[in-house]
Design a protein around this ligand. Structure first.
Ligand SMILES: C[S@@+](CC[C@H](N)C(=O)[O-])C[C@H]1O[C@@H](n2cnc3c(N)ncnc32)[C@H](O)[C@@H]1O
Length: 200
C-alpha cells in the first residue's frame, strides 16, 4: 500500500515524515518520486515547492550516494521549516532550499506570479518536480514552470507534475505539449493525478 509509513520503510527513515493533510503531496505521488529516483539516480533535481517531497528526494540522493535537490520555495517561513527538517533528518548535505518569492512574469501575453529565478543557478536539470505554486494563487498557476525552466533542463530529463487531475493542470499539460513537441506525456492515476513528461 502506498502510505507515508510504507514510504518511510522503503527509505529506511527512522523518523516519521512531517505530513500536513492539506499541503503535503499525497503518499502515492511521493512513492512515484522515490521509485524513480532510486532507479534512475538523477544528478540534478529541482522541485517547485518544498516540504516532505524535499526530504524524500534528498533521502534518495543520500541512499544513491549521488545527486542534489534544489527546492524553490516562495514562503520564507517554509524555507526555514524545510531547512530545519532537513537538518533533523540529517539530509542537509543533499538539498538547498532556495528562497524564491513570487515575481510577475509576462508569458503568452498573460501575467503570472511565479518563483523569482534571479538567484537560481542549477543547469542540466535531470528531474523536475512541480508541486507549486499553490493552485489557489492564480489560474494555471504552474504553467510558467516549463517556459521559465525549459532552458535549464538536461537534454534527457523527466518532469513530474502533481495534482494533474485538476482541470487547470490538464490545460497546462495541453499547452506545454503544443509548445514543446519534443516531450511525450503519460498520465499516472494517483490520488491527485500525476502527469509525467519525458524528453528522449
Ligand atoms: C502543495 S505545498 C508543498 C508541498 C510539498 N511539495 C510537499 O510535498 O510537502 C505548496 C506550497 O504551499 C505552501 N504551504 C505549505 N504548507 C503550508 C501551510 N500549512 N499553509 C499555507 N501554505 C503552505 C508552501 O509555500 C509550499 O511551497
Amino acid at each position: 500500500m502506498h502510505s507515508y509509513q510504507t514510504l518511510e520503510n522503503k527509505l529506511h527513515l527512522e523518523q516519521s515524515l512531517p505530513v500536513n493533510e492539506n499541503w503535503t503531496a499525497a503518499a502515492d505521488f511521493l512513492h512515484l518520486l522515490a521509485d524513480y529516483c532510486l532507479r534512475e539516480k538523477p544528478e540534478t533535481i529541482v522541485e517547485c515547492s518544498s516540504g516532505a517531497s524535499t526530504l524524500v528526494l534528498s533521502r534518495c540522493c543520500q541512499l544513491n550516494e549521488k545527486g542534489r535537490v534544489y527546492s524553490l520555495e516562495n514562503g520564507a517561513e517554509f524555507v526555514q521549516q524545510t531547512r530545519q527538517q532537513l537538518d533533523d533528518f540529517g539530509l542537509a548535505d543533499y538539498a538547498s532550499v532556495l528562497h524564491a518569492p513570487m515575481k510577475d512574469y509576462l508569458l503568452r501575453n498573460r501575467k503570472f506570479q511565479w518563483y523569482d529565478l534571479t538567484h537560481f543557478y542549477p543547469r542540466g536539470i535531470d528531474l523536475l518536480v512541480i508541486d507549486g505554486p499553490p493552485g489557489v494563487m492564480q489560474k494555471h498557476s504552474r504553467y510558467p514552470a516549463l517556459p521559465l525552466l525549459g532552458s535549464h533542463l538536461a537534454r534527457q530529463c523527466l518532469i513530474f507534475l502533481d495534482d494533474a487531475s485538476r482541470p487547470d493542470e490538464r490545460d497546462i499539460v495541453r499547452c506545454w505539449m503544443q509548445e514543446h513537441d519534443e516531450f511525450e506525456t503519460e498520465f499516472v492515476d494517483t490520488e491527485r493525478g500525476c502527469s509525467v513528461l519525458i524528453r528522449r
